[in-house]
Design a protein around this ligand. Sequence first.
Ligand code: ADP
Length: 258
Amino acid sequence: PAAAGASGVGKSSIPGVKRIIAVASGKGGVGKSTVSANLAVALAQSGAKVGLCDCDLYGPSVAQMFGTNERPMANEHDEIIPIEAHGLKLMSMGFLLEDRSPVIVRGPMATRYTQQFLRQVAWGDLDYLVLDLPPGTGDIQLTIVQTVSVDGSVIVTTPQEVALIDARKAVSMFAKVNVPILGLIENMAWFEGDDGKKYPIFGKDGGVREAEALRVPLLGQIPIDMPTGQRGDAGAPVALVSPEENKVSAAFHQIAAG
Ligand code: ADP
């Protein structure tokens, strides 16, 4: 029921999972999945046990970003056993599809799938379960935060006004359902040219100003970076690269440490 989430009643934690972190964005294409994947990898590299649940049924990207097309099996309790890659436990609609055909399900089914991902996956003991939410602030996002007790949310935006407007909506959605907001990440903050200059392609410090205006912490600024995009496509997130060698990796490791 809609009222249950707002009061916190009816939410459950996931047995064995210490902290659930939701990564959200108002708008699609701002790098939410890239941030989820890299934060999860950075947390795992710091020694934590980490799971990543791709809650985007209609545009799953975790299979691609982790370079695996394995199919999950069920255990004797009829729970789905998550796929393991790069030291993380993963679940995504992408693992369940025969081919890359689109998922065609209406709202109630989508809700059921989403709940199944949270409740019927054998996540085991985890320090962190990172939820890569679908973009937007609709039914599915509400279902998720009302199904499980989310300890904190991270909101991803680009510096562009169109993205900031929607990031604002995401912040207010989490505030309404009493999910603590850990902070904002400004992705695609600039591009650093060979000349060492920073070019703010999508505008300068939009996320910084927005975080101030909303009074939420700014967790970091992530530049546009070719290895970040390429490694995402190639199934080996940039946070696997040594932080000394790549600034984006360094930024994710710093955010994960904080
Ligand atoms: P969303 O989950 O918000 O839809 P994605 O994480 O799928 O966004 O990112 C959209 C595209 O932009 C992907 O191709 C991704 O590799 C790329 N991308 C995201 N962040 C960066 C970045 N900081 N530098 C370069 N490419 C990026």
